[in-house]
Ligand binder design. Structure first.
Ligand code: SF4
Length: 904
């Protein structure tokens, strides 16, 4: 069977993949050597995509329930969609079109987006349609529109090769956009004079490559950019000719800039004045300066200002519309851009039209053949869930996203989902946090099963192609939206029209294409046939074009009323929730290298758990010491909205007074409601994006003396099924985490509480981990409440549970993970000793997930190798193969190498 060319469904880099299949199953994936986003490379997540498709947890059949006290039951598509259409029609008739809402996703394909958009705006008559992209890049949209006149990233990936200064702000590109980072590494290797500036409160893997790391205080980006502009002005590093010819509003901005002398700006940012001056000079003196930015600017209560302040720097220096120059927003999701282009957000309209513009609305209505488009601005994500909670929105349709994990202030969001009269969930999996709240579950086709298009960060439209049929009754997202629309139209209007008479995604694409005619997103020259023949193309791609548009604004003309770009006179505003005596630490959230969003896909791949095996809060070692907390101990973390109990770990890359918690953790892997129990729902007034990047917290040592550790490989080999059976147990402990083990196809459950749980809970755990059979060694000390059980298979630990004190859990886990023989241990296996009874080499944290190489192993080779950094890196790569496949671990390898060189 030939491989099928498609696109990775994780991040906005949009790498091309080749999918292999056999007998109706996806069997492998590799990078597409011809795709211009990645030229054959894939990161650790992309190259394990094929392992996310099959197995436990897929939604396979429609299900619904009429009453909340009953479970959902399987039903036919006709019956289920008929039920939902009845409920939606009834709600719309009784309370009006704005009483229903659609919350969709940057993971949808452009054709899916289009169908939902038409459903909400043309049929229902509401603008209550928003996307989870609201949480990641709506500030970038507002920033571009405010300054350049349109939501169009002007640069392209190739600009990395032409730049001689790259400013990376609020982006851990090394982990969040790894293949793009490989390109930055290559550019730096080719041109050592390339200056890389990284602006980030944390010393991330990206910052390790920087020539200058500006570890600013959270939320002070605007002050930094204004301070840099002040310097550019004083040192005549602006481009007056460009400003005169192509921009407007510079005088007003200059006035603001006066208040941000380098000393003051540096002080606000908590960095040295010299570093600020250096950054400004490198940016201003470079022939081509490129900025790459992401959530650190966007997820903020003044995210639009942060974006605009950075774009101001480009306009003031003429660093735009040339090879190697431009403000380049990186998108988090694979098709966040497609959502922007199709106007699939509450305050946007298709083809970069303006929802507030009556002519634009009339034009869309005419093209769709409907009387009108509502002029009421719809509810954006945070507003939408608030309105659900207040009872204004009665029914919500959620597609391909997991708000019960990803939205800020989980207590409020979960209350909204409980209060909603009807929650419809369209998903590939039936076990996300949101699935627990769904009255209706509609099984959707997933990656490798769908057809359509996506747009990556550089405006490049790629084809997504199916390699296999969707399992059982799962349907493509566009098809579900259209099937429902036909049912609803019949109920609302007594007939069905041609509005949703689509038979294929190609038809939808062709209709959508017509709505881009003459717009900034014009793709009238593009169709599936062109994409198939010529490969991925960048928009605009007009009717008479022979190829897409690599770079925008090369002629200095911008899509504004005057044709000039607009400087924006922004002021620095502090974060929405500042620290105080009660909540003295600043919490930053972000991504792990090997996980994706709410982990509904990446969490299914055991090897992706090696790099960050358990949920942990990272703190500066001094902050831990000051509180007398040792790394690995449990802490309670409180914000004004919620509490979590977590393992605390030390990370010298976190500044004192700050903390970092990955965004991925939800209630499937951790007791409580996950990371977003703590985060803040305050939104930017123009982009409506919440400040997920900053909230005030406090931490205290958790006093939970009763401990449990259970680990095991299930006899039937289905670790995912064991994980899902163990997850409900998390709620029974004050702290608990449940994860896949990267080795031995197992599951690890760790728990702690003030008092022992009831005997039934322990019994349940023993049954789940198959510790109730004859091949189990047991030890119990009822007086101390300690039990130990170890299951052996062929002389190896295949399962174990330690409860009470859990002493010895580390080495027992290691025996399980490494599959080591325990023949020589005998009853010592049950001995509660802190260290292993025999010599045991722990591998430490997995650095290279491709080859399962741990930190300790790498350090051993580095210690045994002499020479400079280059020869040490080569030795590690040659002997252990780490860093030779996907390259995602290279930044950490280099860090270990340089520490080893310094130590030597
Ligand atoms: Fe997928 Fe990784 Fe490429 Fe992003 S960088 S598109 S996650 S392979």
């Amino acid at each position: 069977m030939p491989e099928v060319a498609s696109t990775c469904c994780y991040c906005g880099v949009g790498c091309g993949v080749l999918i292999s299949r056999r007998d109706g199953r996806i069997t492998g994936v590799r990078g597409d050597p011809h795709h211009p986003a990645n030229f054959g490379k894939l990161c650790s997540k992309g190259q394990t995509l094929h392992q996310t498709v099959h197995g436990h947890g897929r939604a396979l059949y429609p299900e619904y329930r009429k009453s909340r006290d009953k479970p959902r039951v399987r039903a036919s598509w006709d019956e289920t969609l008929g039920y939902v259409a009845d409920r939606f029609a009834d709600t719309i008739r009784r309370y009006g079109p704005d009483s229903v809402a659609f919350y969709i996703s940057g993971q949808l394909l452009t054709e899916d987006y289009y169908a939902f958009n038409k459903l909400a705006r043309a049929l229902v008559g509401t603008n209550n349609i928003d996307s989870n992209s609201r949480l990641c890049m709506s500030s970038a949209v507002a920033g571009y529109k405010t300054t350049l006149g349109a939501d169009a990233p002007p640069a392209c990936y190739e600009d990395i090769d032409h730049a001689d200064c790259i400013l990376i702000a609020g982006s851990n590109t090394a982990w969040a956009h790894p293949i793009l980072f490989r390109r930055i590494e290559a550019a730096k290797a080719k041109n050592p004079d390339l200056k890389i500036i990284v602006v980030d409160p944390r010393r991330t893997a990206t910052a390790e490559l920087a020539d200058l790391h500006l570890a600013i205080q959270p939320g002070t980006d605007v002050a930094l950019f204004l301070g840099m502009l002040n310097t550019l002005l004083w040192e005549n590093l602006t481009d007056p000719a460009y400003i005169d010819a192509h921009t407007e509003g510079f005088d007003a901005l200059k006035l603001v800039t006066r208040d941000y002398a380098p000393e003051l700006a540096a002080q606000l940012c908590g960095i040295s004045k010299d570093d600020l001056l250096t950054a400004a000079r490198w940016f201003g003196q470079s022939k081509a300066a490129l900025s790459l930015y992401c959530m650190g600017l966007n997820q903020s209560s003044c995210g639009t200002d942060k974006n605009a302040a950075l774009i101001n720097l480009h306009l003031a220096t003429g660093q735009i519309g040339r090879p190697g120059a431009g403000p380049f927003s990186l998108t988090g999701q694979p098709n966040a851009m497609g959502g922007r282009e199709t106007g699939s957000m509450a305050n946007l309209l298709i083809g970069h039209r303006n929802l507030q513009d009556a002519d634009d609305r009339a034009e869309v209505a005419k093209l769709w053949g409907v009387p009108s488009i509502s002029g009421h601005t719809g509810k954006t994500a945070v507003e939408m869930f608030d309105a659900i909670r207040r009872g204004e929105i009665k029914a919500v349709w959620i597609a391909c996203t997991n708000p019960a994990q990803s939205m800020p202030d989980q207590a409020a969001v979960r209350e909204a989902l409980t209060r909603a009269e009807l929650v419809v969930l369209q998903e590939t999996c039936n076990d996300t946090e949101t699935a627990a709240y769904a009255d209706v579950l509609l099984p959707a086709a997933g990656w490798g099963e769908k057809e359509g298009t996506v747009t990556n960060s550089e405006r490049r439209i790629s084809r997504v192609r199916p390699a296999v049929a969707a399992p059982e009754e799962a349907r493509p997202d566009w098809r579900i939206a259209c099937d429902f629309a036909l049912e609803l139209e019949h109920r609302l209007h007594g007939h069905t029209s041609t509005l949703f008479a689509f038979d294929s995604p190609r038809q939808i694409f062709n209709e959508y294409r017509e709505l881009t005619r003459g717009r900034t997103t014009d793709i009238t020259g593009l169709g599936y046939a062109t994409l198939d023949a010529k490969g991925p193309q960048q928009w605009p791609y007009r009717m008479d074009a022979r190829h897409g548009t690599q770079r925008l604004y090369e002629n200095g003309v911008f899509p504004t009323a005057t044709g000039r770009a607009r400087f924006t006179a922004v002021h620095y505003l502090p974060v929405a929730e500042n620290v105080d005596a009660r909540y003295p630490l600043r919490l930053n959230t972000g991504r792990l290298r090997d996980q994706w969003h709410g982990m509904s896909r990446s969490g299914r791949v055991a090897k992706l758990w090696g790099h960050a095996p358990e949920p942990a809060l990272m703190l500066n070692p001094a902050d831990l010491a000051r509180r007398n907390i040792a790394p690995g101990e449990l802490v309670t973390v409180d914000s004004r909205r919620g509490t979590l109990t977590l393992i605390a770990e030390a990370d010298a890359g976190i500044a004192p007074g700050q903390a970092f918690l990955p965004m991925h953790w939800g209630s499937r892997y951790l007791s409580g409601t996950g990371t977003n129990a703590l985060t803040l729902p305050v939104i930017d007034p123009r982009s409506f994006q919440p400040e997920l990047k900053h909230s005030a917290i406090r931490i205290d040592k958790a006093v939970l003396p009763w401990r449990l550790m259970a680990v095991g490989t299930p006899g039937d080999g289905d670790a995912l099924a064991l994980l899902s059976r163990a997850q409900p147990l998390l709620a029974e402990f004050e702290f608990a985490s449940c994860t896949l083990t990267p080795d031995a196809n197992g599951v690890l459950l760790r728990a702690a509480s003030a008092k022992p749980p009831c005997a039934k809970t322990l019994e349940k755990i023993h049954t789940l981990f198959e510790l109730d059979g004859n091949a189990v060694l047991r030890y119990a000390d009822p007086r101390r409440g300690v039990t130990r059980a170890v299951r052996l298979t062929d002389g190896h630990v295949s399962g174990a549970c330690l409860s009470g004190d859990a002493i010895g859990e580390t080495w027992l886990r290691e025996f399980h993970a490494q599959g080591l023989s325990v023949a020589a241990l005998g009853s010592r296996l049950l001995a509660p000793t802190a260290t292993a009874p025999v010599a045991l080499a722990a591998r430490g944290r997995i650095i290279c997930s491709c080859h399962g190489v741990g930190e300790t192993t790498i350090l051993g080779v580095l210690q045994a190798t002499t020479g400079d950094a280059g020869s040490k890196l080569a030795a590690v790569q040659e002997q252990l193969r780490c860093g030779t496949q996907c390259g995602s671990c290279l930044p950490e390898l280099r860090k270990l190498v340089s520490a080893s060189v310094i130590a030597a």
